[in-house]
Design a protein around this ligand. Structure first.
Ligand SMILES: Cc1cc2nc3c(=O)[nH]c(=O)nc-3n(C[C@H](O)[C@H](O)[C@H](O)COP(=O)(O)O)c2cc1C
Length: 219
């Protein structure tokens, strides 16, 4: 198809077949975190760009939702960890409503993972340990940015960055009180593998009395 054709194709016509792999109840791990780690490892090995980028959906107390991408910074039996500004829009929403959802899409593998649960803040010690390992510029950026607040201009932002840089010149940059991690404790995790004719595989795990039930969903 020529470039010209490509540019005239309507959005409604954009589609492709998914046919690489299958996912069966009999093959998946008993524990969804093990299953997630397996898929994550495969996505990482496939050299996908931003393999740990995930959509995070939050909602206000009234249930008004909002979404954005954040980076997964760790996962284990306890849950999924990410870091942000506690006073940002997401930080404020999570503070008033801990229910949240994550979603990964690894397009070249034709895979999606959806995760639902409740968040809690990570301990300051854990956040500090992570903050310390961030590049100096990112640590300064955390101090300089009142994330999600309106700013009058780019210059204003850069002025704040320079001021902070000067303030911490030759000093260790401490973890700001308004910055840190969240742990999302999952109670539902769904693995989606694209199949031919939109007959996709969807294997879902739901937690009940500390046990994970596994079932298939219609595509
Ligand atoms: C690839 C990618 C990774 C990102 N990672 C993070 C992150 O780990 N933490 C974060 O606070 N924002 C991250 N962001 C920025 C967020 O998407 C968002 O713009 C910001 O957190 C403000 O969101 P809010 O106003 O809803 O709080 C990332 C954006 C992209 C595109």
């Amino acid at each position: 198809m020529s470039e010209d054709n490509r540019s005239t194709k309507s959005i409604a016509e954009l589609r492709r077949e998914y046919s690489q792999q299958a996912l069966a109840e009999s093959e998946v791990c008993k524990n969804p975190i093990d299953q997630f780690s397996e898929w994550f490892e495969q996505a990482y090995s496939a050299d996908l760009l931003d393999v740990n980028a995930m959509n995070l959906s939050t909602a206000t107390k009234q249930g008004k939702p909002s979404s954005r991408i954040v980076l997964l910074k760790g996962v284990d039996e306890a849950g999924f960890r990410f870091y942000t500004n506690y006073e940002s829009r997401k930080g404020r929403e999570l503070n008033e409503n801990p229910h949240a959802a994550l979603c990964f899409y690894w397009a070249p593998l034709e895979r999606q993972v959806r995760i639902e649960g409740e968040v809690e803040r990570l301990s300051r010690l854990t956040s500090e340990a992570y903050f310390k390992q961030r590049p100096r510029e990112s640590r300064l950026g955390a101090w300089a940015s009142k994330q999600s607040d309106q700013v009058s201009s780019r210059e204003e932002l850069e002025k704040r960055f320079r001021k902070i840089k000067q303030k911490f010149k030759n000093e260790e940059i401490p973890l700001p009180d308004f910055w840190g991690g969240f742990l999302l404790r999952a109670h539902r995790i769904e693995f989606w593998q694209g199949r031919k004719g939109r007959m996709h595989d969807r294997i879902c795990y739901e937690k009940s009395n500390a046990e994970w039930n596994i079932f298939r969903l219609a595509p």
